[in-house]
Design a protein around this ligand. Sequence first.
Ligand code: FAD
Length: 656
Amino acid sequence: MALVEVKVPDIGDFKDVAVIELLVKPGDTVAVDQSLITVESDKASMEIPSSHAGVVRELKVALGDKVSEGSVIALLEAAAGDVAAPTAGASSSATASTGGAPAAAASAVPAASVGAGSGGPPMAGVSMAQSSSGNEPLRAVSGAAIATAAAASAGTAATAAKPATAYTGAVDHECDVLVLGGGPGGYSAAFRAADLGLKVVLVERYATLGGVCLNVGCIPSKALLHVAAVIDEARHLAAAGVTFGEPTVDVAALRAHKDKVIGKLTAGLAGMAKARKVTVLRGYGAFVGPHHVAVEETTGSGQDKTGRTQVVAFKRAIIAAGSQAVRLPFLPDDPRVIDSTGALALEGVPQRLLVVGGGIIGLEMGTVYSTLGARLEVVEMTAGLMPGADRDLVKVWQKMNAHRFDAIRLQTKCTGAEATAEGIRVRFEGPDGAVSEGLYDRVLQAVGRSPNGRKIAAERAGVAVSERGFIPVDVQMRTNVPHIFAIGDIVGQPMLAHKAVHEGHVAAEVIAGELLGDDKLARTAFDARVIPSVAYTDPEIAWVGLTEEQAKAQGIAVHKGLFPWAASGRAIANGRDEGFTKLLFDAATGRIVGGGIVGQHAGDMIGEVALAIEMGADAVDIGRTVHPHPTLGETIGLAAEAAHGACTDLPPVRRH
Ligand code: FAD
């Protein structure tokens, strides 16, 4: 036995992060990758795994200590043969060495399985060949591009898994493709693979398919936002001389309406799985070897286990296990402290709601509760709400929504909170170090989501997982283990359903190509140039591609076409002309590189801008595309006309 120091590995940009939980104590026996401590930064908490197996002799950290990469966490009496085998990304140094086989390093995906680039407009190391029909995937990628993408996908160094040991026990199901997780990424991958002729098993721990998006994300939030928008719209009509009076809201009926919407969609998914002969196994799945997953059956509305386990043998696997809301550890464990799932449960409407985190999810839920009667406060670490969107877009939203907020605390962090009989008392520290506090009936934590990569025993399949739980993949969605793919939230940002769905299709097509010997399918790759973002607030904010701020930061000269909705016949007729549409064109090539829209239905319109970017359109292409009048969508054509000086719906451009 030899003593080894287990140290904090590379944890990306996180430095001096506080230890908030000790997960082991002296005398405990730990396995490689078993979590030792939890640390917390301003934005997220993460568990730090052990680089070695062995017995904890001494903990070198205490609660509240600040640690960075290289800080010693514990002294471990390492198991024989495990001393010189630290996992990549989790460095450790042995005080005595007894040798031992080095663990396999996280490697880039073998390039041999994909073809060479085949021309087309060059983009970020990936070359794209457009199919003539435009709807067939035909994207050839180079090995170098794949390696680069694999390294970049998860943002941080991945923990290399040890070479996996094969499972040799009994098997209950055999399939071509096992999909782990039935969210938008997982069910889309499963259905596409089945449509391509493969035998598919889909594993989901909850009673319904659809994942976060359908059950506790995109869909229920939009069902509630729609109701809120109608209420707000009815109020706006007072300006047109129509008054409805204040609405009375039956919260239980509203909740039932939202649940009915979810039920309709999830039932539809169950039917489609059946129609495609996809075997859906209900249970918690975890790898037990590189070609096997064990599924512990679950029952009821949650994750209660029945005690029965089935093992599935697969030729290929797609990991689509998604993400979960980040919990701020200093917030008390109290039913009045909720995350987005709790907010969507709609257990009444609080008088005072604090939203922690000024991103899209927090502000969407804030909008719903505010329209239903809550007064809002928001606290955000960065200098502005909705980080990522251009400030001019956010400014319009903020002006329209100022009436909802009692306070918007920017560059401010929550430093502590306690549950009292009167409410949740929260302490803040502002940009100047000033300390303040507030009392709330409910606190919604919306500070991001963390991937589930460290909860599926990926190491038993040899799959590399980053410290934060992301699984790095290449442009074909392949992990470091060539027959295992990963998609959706678990592979990285942006954590959006439409990204997950597209990635799911890519993984399914690559697998089908390989198993069925279809070379064209086998060379499919995810090479979307852009992925749109939408805040479904009122007004909506939607953007895609390069923002003005990014263009500036990257030194890319852009030419802007902007059409204010104050000049849009439809927006004025709707009584909602506060928004605008802007398009950004590369000053050198003239091609569109980005766009942003703020206004009603902005989310429904941004797809056209994404298509224009994918097709390499310029301002004339977009401006001369005949848009129907009078529509809000017309503002995209008009913004393009404004960019090339042909807009007759705006005052004349001054000539020199
Ligand atoms: P998930 O949807 O997380 O699905 C993963 C599935 O895997 C889950 O069903 C889970 O139960 C299952 N699973 C995990 N581990 C196991 C296991 N070990 N065994 C069995 N099953 C397992 N995105 C948008 O694009 N538009 C929006 O408007 C939008 N709104 C949102 C609103 C809210 C409030 C939230 C929280 C999210 C929203 N998102 C939105 C994000 C979107 O929901 C996610 O990006 C999307 O669901 C990710 O899909 P996924 O398939 O990767 O994972």
